[in-house]
Design a protein around this ligand. Sequence first.
Ligand code: ZN
Length: 156
Amino acid sequence: MFSVSPEHNCCTTQPKGKALCPYCQKEAKGVLSKTLEHLLKNTVRSTLSSLEGYYYCKTASCKVVYFKEDDILTQEDLSVEVGLKEGVSPATLCYCFHWSKENIQKELEISGNTKALEEIKAKMKDPGCSCEILNPSGGCCLTDVQKFIHEAKSSL
Ligand SMILES: [Zn+2]
């Protein structure tokens, strides 16, 4: 049931199960209970019987952030803005070292390049990252950052 990702293993291993988001029907990854524990508003967390078994929907246009069967949690239930969702500003991509779509875009406009990836990779080694409690996805941001840089560069 569990497979080891050959990619980055900076963070605690995430639950490997996947489920379909009840709204957008896209595949969503499981998140650790400690991710929800840190990112949900206190008032919301106290109403939930358990933080285990939730999934994270990363679809930009979907209002669902976390779900577990019929249980839906949205942006309103979280204490941080989910940068990957549509219309969010700042659109934070890297929650550990504060890279957003805005500041990457700005660097690209000024110099044609960005040090975001290099800086994130360097800081992952020292001092290390805390994606599992800071990033709503509960995981590494590198794929999202890479994808955004690619998109932004091609539309410069
Ligand atoms: Zn969704």
